[in-house]
Design a protein around this ligand. Structure first.
Ligand code: HEM
Length: 544
């Protein structure tokens, strides 16, 4: 069950992560991929964002922050610097239980004792914990030079080498360039009709029910997005239910010990992967035929990614394409599920003025652009995007990321040694972000500006619309930073904005139980978030 612990640590969804022994870690899925050019549009401060031009590239910059975070570097030679202080606590178990129970409090106490970089032992590994934006900039900005991307060995095995590309600069840059082609503004336009149709269908379905169990409902929705937008499987009914169950089996067991014996989690993940790969390969083969015939329909991430490969003269190998598509699904499914879960789950508890402003924005947009969803209308949904970002800031899915140190470097006057594993606390960096914190992060287990249980005080979408706050996507931390930062952020935000727009135009959302939601102590705490089932009620109401 150690493994379960790890899994829950990060967003179950996958992204990235780490560790060198299966159970250490966890992480999620946004996994692999390449950078170099990351989605520039995704990192433009919302306050300055303009409608994107058709030509703008989705993958153009690895800059992740508009702020200039300076390390308080020292002139002392590296060899003379002390290493970070900290506790190892119990053998093997280390500080995992305390970390899992309450990430904020665990970090807060240690930062007070040892400073913003300290050592610990989590998930059976010795780690150097980095807890502020100065450190994150160094760790993630130093990708490929100071640090190397890492993920769980079990995932590496399940991906049969496809994940390796993320580790070295040249291969990662190429991979990111090609994957980035699936996230350009033109690609976003191509996905939009499917995103709108999917959201409309789900909202109608939810409105037909007495109440909707939030977490499973968001699991279904995000799987629909993943298989529909990424691969375009076009399945339904029983076929879809079976594939969704296999998907759950795969994601639940992909981060585990690498013991491949009948009945082990790894074995279950491998079998589920084989089933899913067979389905994906059918669609990949069809897409390949379209290329051979010279008439490719660009409607899915698969199609854009394969086109980028073809344009660069790379062979379209069916297995390799299918594996990369699997990774894209993995990167975008559980992360999006957890983000949508919080976004919709907090709606009934938001200050009423927020819902009113959302509806007012939709009225203005419909008056100007009509009811359809096009690029111009989407670009004007600035308040909806600000709310989506604000919710991710407060309770975003990815709370830790791991990196391997490639060469010695200095951080906060400490020597970080080559070979160490970094645990980057994205959660605590947000807690102490000087742009947002009033300093209460040093005193309370959850700082007020991130307290999901006090939304009237914490949630302020307008902070994203005021340029003087200098907030950009990096301030969310939940999409990562630097050359590996999330390529899929624009896709998630598109889904979120469409959901909010449709709800603002035509639904009332309330909490079916009438009791306040219990979100637990942190987004990925051991008790889960929410800590108890949340049931929502959707009632059609024509506002716009
Ligand atoms: C709220 C939803 C999401 C969150 C919180 C999220 C989070 C992240 C994070 C933290 C990383 C960086 C990992 C690292 O540095 O080790 C990442 C990378 C990535 N994400 Fe996402 N992600 C989300 C949605 C998506 C979606 C929908 C897709 C695509 C379908 C996607 C595709 C990717 C890819 C391809 C990378 C790899 C970038 C690279 O290594 O160069 N993500 N994501």
């Amino acid at each position: 069950m150690q493994q379960k612990v790890m899994l829950q640590t990060q967003p179950r969804i996958a992204h990235l992560s780490s560790l060198s022994e299966a159970q250490r870690g966890a992480a999620p899925p946004c996994i692999r991929i390449l950078p170099q050019r990351c989605h520039r549009a995704a990192f433009v401060p919302l306050a300055e964002a303009q409608p994107r031009s058709t030509k703008a590239s989705a993958a153009t910059s690895s800059s992740a922050s508009s702020l200039d975070w300076h390390s308080n570097g020292t002139q002392v030679p590296l060899n003379d610097l002390p290493e970070p202080d900290g506790d190892w606590s119990l053998p093997f178990i280390g500080e995992t239980p305390e970390f899992k129970a309450n990430h904020w409090d665990w970090a807060r106490k240690r930062v007070a004792k040892y400073g913003p970089v300290f050592r610990s032992n989590i998930f059976g590994s010795d780690v150097i914990v980095v807890t502020d934006f100065v450190g994150l900039q160094k760790v993630f900005g130093g990708a490929h030079k100071l640090t190397q991307w890492m993920t769980a060995p079990s995932l590496e095995l399940l991906c049969e080498g496809s994940i390796e590309a993320g580790k070295e600069k040249a291969s990662h840059q190429k991979q990111r360039r090609q994957q980035g082609a699936a996230f350009t503004p033109d690609a976003m336009d191509a996905y939009l009709p499917r995103v709108v149709a999917t959201c409309e269908a789900y909202l109608q379905h939810w409105a037909s029910q007495d109440s909707v169990n939030l977490v499973p409902a968001m699991g279904e929705l995000s799987f629909d997005f993943a298989e529909g937008l990424v691969v375009g499987l076009g399945i339904d009914g029983k076929e879809k239910r079976i594939l969704a169950a296999k998907w759950q089996e795969f994601t639940k067991n992909a981060f585990t010990f690498t013991l491949d014996l009948p009945g082990t989690p790894f074995n279950r993940a491998r079998k589920a992967r084989d089933y899913i790969m067979a389905a994906i390969k059918e669609r990949v083969a069809e897409k390949k035929l379209e290329f051979e015939r010279g008439s490719v329909k660009k409607d899915t991430l698969l199609a854009f990614y394969a086109s980028a490969k073809a344009d660069e003269g790379d062979p379209l190998d069916e297995h390799e394409l299918a594996m990369n598509v699997l990774l894209l699904m993995l990167a975008g499914s559980d992360t999006s599920r957890d983000a949508h879960k919080v976004l919709l789950g907090v709606l009934p508890e938001l200050p009423p003025a927020i819902m009113e402003e959302l509806r007012a924005e939709q009225r203005r947009i419909v008056e100007k652009h009509g009811k359809g969803f096009g690029r111009a209308a989407m670009a004007e949904m600035r308040y909806a995007e600000a709310l989506s970002r604000e919710v991710l800031r407060i309770w975003g899915p990815a709370d830790i990321l791991f990196r391997l140190v490639k060469e010695d470097f200095e951080l906060h006057g400490k020597r970080i040694r080559k070979g160490a594993t970094i645990l980057a606390s994205m959660l605590y960096a947000k807690a102490c972000d000087p742009r947002l914190s009033a300093g209460d992060h040093t005193e309370s287990a959850i700082p007020l500006h991130m307290d999901i249980h006090q939304l009237h005080a914490s949630v302020k979408p307008e902070r994203w619309l005021d340029p003087s706050n200098k907030l950009d996507m990096a301030a969310l931390a939940t999409f990562g930073m630097g050359p590996h930062s999330c390529l899929g952020a624009p896709l998630y935000l598109q889904e979120a904005k469409v959901l909010l727009a449709l709800i603002a135009r035509g639904y009332d959302v309330s909490n079916a139980t009438g009791a306040p939601n219990d979100w637990g102590v942190s987004p990925n705490a051991a008790g889960g978030s929410p800590a108890a089932d949340v049931f929502l009620k959707f009632v059609p109401h024509k506002y716009v």
